[in-house]
Design a protein around this ligand. Sequence first.
Ligand SMILES: Cc1ncc(COP(=O)(O)O)c(C=O)c1O
Length: 382
Amino acid sequence: MKYDFDQLIDRDTTHSTKWLKFSDPDVLPMWIADMDFLCPPEVTNPMIERVNQGIFGYTDTPVSLTKLFFEHVHKTIGWKIEEDWIVWVPGGVVGLNISCKTVLAPGDIALVPSPIYPPFTEAPENMERGFVKTFLKDINGRLEFDVKEIKELLSDDTKMLYLCNPQNPGGTVFTNRELEDLSALCQENDIIVCSDEIHADLILDDNLKHTPYASLNSYAQENSITIMGPCKTFNLAGFPIAAAIIPNEELREDFERNSKGIVAHIDTMAFVAAEAAYRSANEWKSELIEYLKTNKTLLSNRINDIEGLSLCGPEAGFLAWIDCRQSNLDSPVKFFVEEAKVGVHGGEFFGNEQYVRLNFGCPRSILEEAISRIEKAFSQRK
Ligand SMILES: Cc1ncc(COP(=O)(O)O)c(C=O)c1O
């Protein structure tokens, strides 16, 4: 390996949200979705050069960034987008909120699959729009849509479906077939899909491939907003930058109009980081995926040996959705944090308190320490 993902980096002095969360210094933080790896030097070196230049100021979207991103999507995902379709926004969550404001009029409803990363349910609340949850089914550890339930939930007011693919927290990479079923349903009911595909670059199973929802057919293309970006792929979380891909010109103009005056400029350093990442960090990304695959195997093998716990995925990303339903714990998150001293994210945050989400995007020695603590705590359980 050219890059050292085993390296331990002290983040205590950086105001890291992840590392500041737990007041007990013995708790290993493994919750929020940023990774404890150095960013690729191919990204940090151009950033250092830009800082050394010393003037920042308002910055136009670099044409070269749009071109690099467009090539990245084509080469790595196989989706042929057009440069005109891309609207840069300061972050994926901003994209979810603008989409909601754009697609839904007051009184309209978004369908939100749960469990899910909370900004999906917060966006309709922020925008004073309605939402209805559809519950994903856990099929042998894989979260899947319940199309029958979705059909029952649809009303004349349902105008948007939020999709998160790969799914957070479950890590499902939805198949063509699953997406086609959704697309057929959306076409029958005039529904626009806002598809957050921010984890799409990190597929961990060689037999799986990411299918962008919008690439399925012309209806899906013309009736969708896809959110992608560099923040998970290159460990640039915290930088306000993501791409909204909107093929339909009218929808794209509405989206841009709804951003005006509310959405901040994308900052200069985020542009520099994103451009450098898409230009030169592909080899880093490939090595990251191999490292994450080994971490995932290590974690799932040992978690599945613990009575009461089970872990099947994730098929993509670095977040493990651990099923604690058989553990008979009143509060799995409390047990993980207080007894095992492993700072996982409580499942209730996403919509199911019988699960915990563990971030394994960390050096292997940290992961091994966390697993040993979990094993010990469960073995000593009274
Ligand atoms: C599915 C998904 N979308 C969006 C985000 C956040 O994106 P951003 O930080 O660019 O707002 C996350 C972060 O965990 C995520 O998992």
